[in-house]
Design a binder for this molecule. Sequence first.
Ligand SMILES: [Zn+2]
Ligand SMILES: [Zn+2]
Length: 197
Amino acid sequence: MDLRPLPRCVECGWRRPGRAPGCRACSRWLDDDIEAAWRAALRDYEVDDADVPVFAATVVADPRGVGWRVLDGALAHTDCPACGAALGSGPVGCGECDVAHDWRWLAAEPDRQGVPPGNEHAIRVATAVARVAHRFPAHMVPRYAATLPLLIAGGLPGGDDARAANRWLDSGGTLDALDAAASTAEIAALVRVPISG
Ligand SMILES: [Zn+2]
Ligand SMILES: [Zn+2]
């Protein structure tokens, strides 16, 4: 896949939104993506403003079959009764948020037409990692976020490529180098070259 047409973030210069949550503009793009799906669901179900909290509570109570962006939107519009943060995004150890975060994975993730199987799941996981980063191991966060532009464009790095990329990053390869690559073929070649020193 030629990566050159992918839009770059006006603030950080990386392929958008590959530098969330560190870059505000990349994070905002991800939040807007969720919010757009949430607003579309409110229109589809003709939810009045006054009924939004009840609709959100219904989605949160049983997210099975609901699109994952709509569930994430419902969580963003629901205050955690225990810690007051957006539900599921509070500190690890808040019981209500821990449960909501675990249930996040019950929502639906149908693949778009013409993408490799599992692409939507990968987008959804990487989006969660970038948006509720404190609930995932810190070293994972930039790596997952950096895959988002490729996944959103409809690509899915193969298992071997992903493992090679992780080994390469562990031994000193940089996300900046991956971001600068012009194609997925260039990335695949790059991560197979051992780092010297
Ligand atoms: Zn950015
Ligand atoms: Zn909470």
